[in-house]
Design a protein around this ligand. Structure first.
Ligand code: HEM
Ligand code: HEM
Length: 174
């Protein structure tokens, strides 16, 4: 490791890994839901995790305006940096859009929107016949696949920096 790795600040790192774990858990539970439906009911936990992602992402974005990210190593080209920032920008959008479309979809259902069984969250005024429900449901699925593809790209890039290029990009978030 080089002498002084310029790292993301402690809060940014904590939020990155906490939200990343929750997003990966939800992508997995959402996509595997059909397969496990008869074995275990994952959707109530999926909903509670997703609503937590929404709250944490709002805090994360507001706070993101108060600091700048650490510089890239000199070997990273302008185009690569732009590409990374584009994917990360899309992540912020998806971290909001996935919970919001899920919330719309769940609001039209008959079950209460419980936060891990501790208390109920408010439901939006949406019915199954509303356009918002149909759009929300479709968007939740399509954006879910986009999210999966971008996470694979993002993780592959992080691992490439660490193990192939052997620079400090992954360490800056570790
Ligand atoms: C980070 C946030 C979230 C992610 C990444 C995520 C991801 C996914 C994915 C990939 C699916 C499978 C899509 C399909 O094949 O139809 C899914 C299904 C589902 N999600 Fe989410 N979700 C999130 C948040 C939420 C929230 C906040 C709610 C509700 C409050 C929710 C409710 C649902 C429901 C009810 C399904 C099942 C749809 C069905 O099979 O009919 N999700 N989610
Ligand atoms: C669903 C999972 C993930 C999401 C949503 C996500 C999201 C993000 C976002 C939004 C940033 C930009 C931070 C900022 O400057 O505002 C970022 C940076 C970063 N992430 Fe992730 N991340 C995820 C998973 C991972 C994983 C699994 C790894 C490692 C294997 C990783 C490694 C990194 C690294 C190294 C950076 C800094 C890159 C840079 O400065 O360009 N991420 N991530």
């Amino acid at each position: 490791m080089s002498e002084a790795v310029r790292r993301y600040n402690r809060g940014a790192r904590a939020l990155h890994w906490l939200i990343a774990a929750m997003v990966i858990a939800n992508l997995a539970s959402g996509l595997l839901n059909d397969a496990f439906e008869d074995v275990i009911r994952v959707i109530p936990t999926h909903k509670a995790i997703g609503m937590t992602v929404l709250a944490l992402t709002m805090v994360r974005i507001a706070w993101r305006f108060t600091w700048t990210h650490p510089p890239y190593p000199g070997t990273v080209t302008r185009a690569q940096a732009l590409c990374a920032r584009l994917v990360q920008g899309l992540f912020y959008g998806l971290m909001l859009a996935m919970p919001v479309t899920g919330w719309i979809m769940a609001s039209a259902g008959k079950y209460p929107l419980s936060w891990f069984g501790l208390f109920d969250l408010p439901k939006l005024d949406v019915a199954r016949t509303d356009l918002a429900y149909l759009v929300g449901r479709e968007a939740h699925e399509i954006l879910g696949w986009l999210f999966v593809a971008l996470v694979i790209l993002h993780v592959a890039a992080a691992l490439r920096h660490h193990f192939i290029l052997r620079d400090d990009v992954l360490r800056s978030m570790a």
